[in-house]
Design a protein around this ligand. Sequence first.
Ligand SMILES: C[S@@+](CC[C@H](N)C(=O)[O-])C[C@H]1O[C@@H](n2cnc3c(N)ncnc32)[C@H](O)[C@@H]1O
Length: 225
Amino acid sequence: MVDKDVYYQVILDGFSRYLESPFMADVTRTIIRYPDARFYVALNKNQMASKKWLIDELYRSKGSDLGTIYILGGWFGILSAMLLNDERFNIDCVVSFDMDPECGPIAEYMNRSHVEKNRFHAVTADVNRIEYPHATGAKPNGAAAPDIVINTSCEHMDAASGWYDRIPAGTIQVLQSNDQFDCEEHHNCVNDLDMFRQQSPMVEIMFGGELERKRYTRFMLIGRK
Ligand SMILES: C[S@@+](CC[C@H](N)C(=O)[O-])C[C@H]1O[C@@H](n2cnc3c(N)ncnc32)[C@H](O)[C@@H]1O
């Protein structure tokens, strides 16, 4: 009997060849390299549906030219890989911030081909403390100031803890949260889109919507701070 890990890895590898998907190839390579990382959570159908929703609505709101993107709470770099491998977009660079030191190497491995082209950087940092280039001239890993800031982990971060205030006014923001209050890692869920809007004030809202999942609803706002 083939080892179960090998069994699924070989199938994923086969699908990525058949679909000619650089994203799937990047993910498969990274799962094989980091078998103990919680990819079964990061790649579950709810996470992937939420990320696909984000990417499609971002394209509708903003078009192809995305410039430099900062992702707050970027985890294993899956959203970064989805964006960087999406041929609809022209992206200068993605910088993925996560305070968990285990995430940086995994995210860099996931986005290895983009690291080589200076289009991806992973930074280990608490986003409540990062300095944006606008204010200080400091450039995380040499990256420019962000045109877009994405945070799909708002339910994990208290809005008043600093990360939101630090985003420079005028920046396009793409934010997701949810109402999954029963998850112990979530300490800032919202009841509905109105509550999310109040928590994340913007001068212009380009998109606001809900994505119903079986166990929770995901909320998303795209707009200018
Ligand atoms: C479980 S994951 C992401 C869940 C979310 N639904 C998503 O798909 O993006 C949340 C990530 O946020 C990171 N995180 C939480 N608070 C943070 C902070 N203050 N600064 C940087 N990263 C943070 C965690 O380390 C974790 O990798």
